[in-house]
Design a protein around this ligand. Structure first.
Ligand code: SF4
Ligand code: SF4
Length: 77
């Protein structure tokens, strides 16, 4: 469908507790929990499927998700 994304979530794995809230609220189900080292952490397993809706960032109780804006120039700061 070629959905235009304006932002992508950046997950701070040092803050993420693996609680799964972001997984539950993601409409297209592109976030899942994976094990990194010995901890569960969220990851976006399908970035092209992400709509940039920011539901995950809003829901995260630990402020572990930041929306990174995508620009035409590719300069995301
Ligand atoms: S921004 Fe929206 S579509 Fe993208 S990972 Fe978060 S909840 Fe899912
Ligand atoms: S809601 Fe936040 S803390 Fe919970 S799994 Fe997602 S990114 Fe990690």
């Amino acid at each position: 469908m070629g959905t235009e994304r304006k932002a992508l979530p950046a997950i701070d794995t040092t803050r993420c507790t693996g609680c799964g809230w972001c997984v539950a609220v993601c409409p297209p189900h592109v976030i899942s929990l994976g094990v990194q080292q010995w901890r569960k952490r969220a990851l976006v397993h399908d970035e092209p499927g992400c709509t940039g809706c920011a539901h995950c960032a809003v829901r995260c109780p630990f402020d572990a998700i930041a929306m990174v804006r995508l620009t035409e120039t590719g300069a995301t700061r």
